[in-house]
Design a protein around this ligand. Structure first.
Ligand SMILES: NC(=O)c1ccc[n+]([C@@H]2O[C@H](COP(=O)([O-])OP(=O)(O)OC[C@H]3O[C@@H](n4cnc5c(N)ncnc54)[C@H](O)[C@@H]3O)[C@@H](O)[C@H]2O)c1
Length: 247
């Protein structure tokens, strides 16, 4: 069945693979991203593969812009039935060096942006009596991460918020689940390695029983399932895609 899907942070890394996966599943996909050019490039590529896809530039931390963006998706495709939130910023600062500005920016993009995105779709899903919400969180939100006090706090918040949405909206046919990756090969991971903030793969893989860094398609496959009809009875879960790094 073709549904209307929105992916925030859809223009890069995990979001890009999730958009491609949902488009391959036959859904109409809206790529929401602060990088409008990259979002348009992906939407054009997916349309070239026969998908119905639109790009909408938006900063997820901007309440008015989020409402405009989701309205634009409704105008293009109709009520929204699937939401995957992948937009986030990541970085490393020793806890006692995190400035209030930096803290607030992480909260605004990663936590408030996820809140605003979920809030924007719930009325459509309630009216339809069907909905799928998947939040991309992080292993950092499950177990903490060195020099990521701000980031891990936002991701722990995303996990708790997702569980609450699951409890509040289950009776409306809506599921909400969170996928916390550990180390997945994306521009974010490669950037952090290039800056020396994360160790190279040879070291990272020592913490991953599967023996390899994940690929974006590992995460996209699980998102596709969680957004499917078949996943109706999977709700409020934290489903790690991490090669066994967090058990
Ligand atoms: N790659 C990993 O190993 C890893 C590990 C754990 C968690 N994650 C999480 O996975 C998700 C995707 O990360 P990724 O590795 O694909 O990163 P990425 O940097 O490749 O992609 C993130 C996307 O989000 C967009 N974005 C950033 N700020 C935004 C904003 N304010 N509004 C709208 N869009 C915005 C970026 O433009 C980019 O397209 C994130 O939530 C990240 O925290 C990734």
């Amino acid at each position: 069945m073709s549904r209307v899907a929105v992916v925030t942070g859809g223009a890069s890394g995990l979001g890009e693979a999730i958009c491609a996966g949902l488009a391959a599943d036959g859904h109409r996909v809206a790529v929401l991203d602060v990088d409008g050019d990259a979002a348009e490039k992906l939407a054009t590529e997916l349309r070239g593969r026969g998908a119905q896809c639109v790009a909408v530039p938006v900063d997820v931390s901007d309440e008015a812009a989020i409402d405009d963006a989701f309205t634009a998706v409704r105008t293009e495709f109709g009520p929204i039935e699937i939401l995957v939130t992948s937009a986030a910023i990541g970085g490393f600062t020793r806890f006692d060096k995190i400035t209030l500005d930096e803290w607030n920016r992480y909260l605004a993009v990663n936590l408030t942006g996820t809140f605003l995105s979920i809030r924007a779709v719930l009325s459509d899903m309630v009216a339809a009596g069907w909905g799928r919400v998947v939040t991309i969180s992080s292993a950092a939100g499950q177990q903490g991460a060195p020099r990521q006090g701000h980031y891990s706090a936002t991701k722990g918040g995303v996990i708790a918020m997702t569980k609450t949405v699951a409890r509040d909206y289950a009776r409306h046919g809506i599921t909400a689940n969170s996928v916390p990756p550990f180390a997945i090969e994306t521009p974010m991971l490669r950037r952090q390695q290039a800056e020396g903030k994360l160790p190279p793969d040879e070291y990272l893989t020592q913490a991953i029983p599967a023996g390899r860094v994940g690929g974006p398609e590992d995460v996209a496959a699980v998102c596709s399932f969680l957004c499917s009809e078949a996943a109706e009875y999977v709700n409020g879960q934290v489903i790690g895609v991490n090669g066994g790094a967090v058990v």
